[in-house]
Design a protein around this ligand. Structure first.
Ligand code: DSN
Length: 442
């Protein structure tokens, strides 16, 4: 838009109105997007602080700027809490996102054109693990040659035996793997970290576990412990099940600390978003204190929602395996149209989910624009205090919207009614303000 066509004062007012309207929308919605969460009021306070306006390049105590006294104190606390939380020898809380944390790991342990194994996107892999042809960070940015793990659709997991066969084929052609990337964006069951780590050892390859989705469950002690199972590095974003601010972290062993630190700075971050680091420190403290209970409630809710949807006629994947061991479930909605249409229909009802590829979508000639599935995560509604009876209610609302095709207006009213009693953030030290309260400071 040209300068003449936009009135800056009107634009300014519009932006602030949108922010407030967004908070109002979230207050009245059922948020089920598996990669999001509501942080505690204390984390939101950290995000609004002056830390966000400062620089602290370098490692704690070795900064290249003045004025870092309190920033150093907070980052030291984040490091100490992170080490306790993940039982780790080393943590770097400076990567500004999960993708950057992954890029740090790819850069620390592999060189361009090295071979890495990762899940494909339809089988749950994250775009940062992707091949060059799809613009994935590993392929297009770090120039790794990505091979996708063979996938066992029934068990929704990596097929280890077929992976070994594929590696042998590579070996016959004079190639060998350098990296094994584990973890996923559709992460229903723990990955075979130990088995893959054993394979990796024989090739002197490294194992990177991307725990972005399940970091809060690992913190709570109810998902696999990747470092103890053999991973060299555990990367994460800090805002999904971990419920901190949008940021990243990388956890590893002391022997890799200096390599990782050098790549983080000066390699991949200059300013590492210090307000977010303070938020991460707060989330780590909350996790140590409250997440055993929170993580248990999440998994119990995801199983309850899956069971309720299944009983109402939805094709929830992996029924034979109990649907899920994490915060999320995957539903094949192709008999109601496609994932895009279902996502939009639910959005009209104030129910927020995201369309998702299914492992077999390619065979069905479906792509990411109109995939066969939706992904549902319960970590945010659990943080708001919902339990099994609310999961059954949510399943019924989804049935009304998608199977019974009821008027979205009627469902919206029911959603608002359901949300009335769930306006505070649980599993944190202090929750005076409402979860989505818009706080003006101007
Ligand atoms: N794209 C996010 C997800 O939804 O899983 C992860 O970064």
């Amino acid at each position: 838009m040209s300068k003449e066509k936009i009135d800056p004062k009107l634009a300014y007012e519009k932006i602030l109105k949108c922010l407030e309207a967004h908070h109002e929308m979230m207050k009245n919605a059922i948020p089920l997007i598996a990669s999001e969460n509501i942080p505690s009021p204390a984390v939101r306070e950290a995000l609004a602080s002056d830390f966000g306006n400062r620089y602290a390049e370098g490692w704690v105590g070795e900064r290249l700027y003045a004025g870092c006294k309190y920033i150093d104190e907070v980052e030291s606390i984040a490091i100490e809490l992170g080490k306790i939380l993940f039982n780790a020898e080393f943590i770097d809380v400076r990567p500004i996102s999960g993708v950057i944390a992954n890029l740090v790991a790819f850069s620390a342990f592999a060189n361009p054109y090295d071979i890495a194994f990762a899940l494909s996107i339809p089988t749950g892999g994250h775009i940062s693990h992707g091949k060059k042809t799809i613009g994935g960070t590993a392929g297009a940015i770090r120039e790794l040659e990505i091979y996708n793990y063979p996938f066992d659709e029934e068990n929704f997991n990596i097929d280890v035996d077929k992976t070994i066969s594929l590696i042998k084929e590579l070996e016959a052609n004079g190639k060998k793997p350098k990296l094994f990337i584990l973890g996923a964006s559709v992460f229903l069951f723990p990955h075979p970290v130990k088995e893959i780590a054993d394979i990796a050892k024989t090739y002197d390859a490294k194992v990177i576990y991307d725990g972005a989705h399940v970091a809060g469950l690992i913190a709570g002690g109810i998902f696999q412990d990747p470092l103890r199972e053999g991973a060299d590095v555990f990367t994460m974003s800090t805002h999904k099940t971990l419920a901190g601010p949008q940021h990243g972290a990388i956890v590893s062993w002391s022997k890799y600390a200096e390599t990782i630190k050098r790549i983080v700075f000066p390699g991949l971050v200059s300013n590492h978003h210090l307000h977010a680091v303070a938020g991460v420190a707060i989330a780590f403290a909350e996790a140590i204190k409250f997440y055993n209970e929170y993580a248990r409630a999440i998994v119990s809710n995801s199983k309850a929602l899956a069971q309720a949807l299944y009983e109402l006629g939805f094709d929830v994947l992996c029924e034979k395996k109990g649907f899920t061991e994490s915060h999320m479930i995957l539903v094949d909605v192709s008999k109601y149209g496609n994932g895009f249409e279902v996502e939009k229909k639910l959005e009209e009802c104030n129910i927020l989910v995201n369309r998702n590829l299914l492992p077999y979508d390619k065979r069905m000639k479906r792509d990411y624009r109109a995939p066969g599935g939706i992904r549902i995560g319960v970590q945010e509604v659990t943080r708001l205090g919902m339990g099994k009876s609310e999961m059954i209610e949510i399943a019924n609302l989804m049935k009304m919207a998608i199977i019974d095709k009821k008027d979205p207006k009627i469902i919206r009213e029911k959603v608002v009614e359901l949300r009335k009693d769930f306006q505070k953030v649980k599993y944190c030290f202090s929750s005076i303000n409402d979860a989505y309260e818009y706080i003006r400071i101007r």
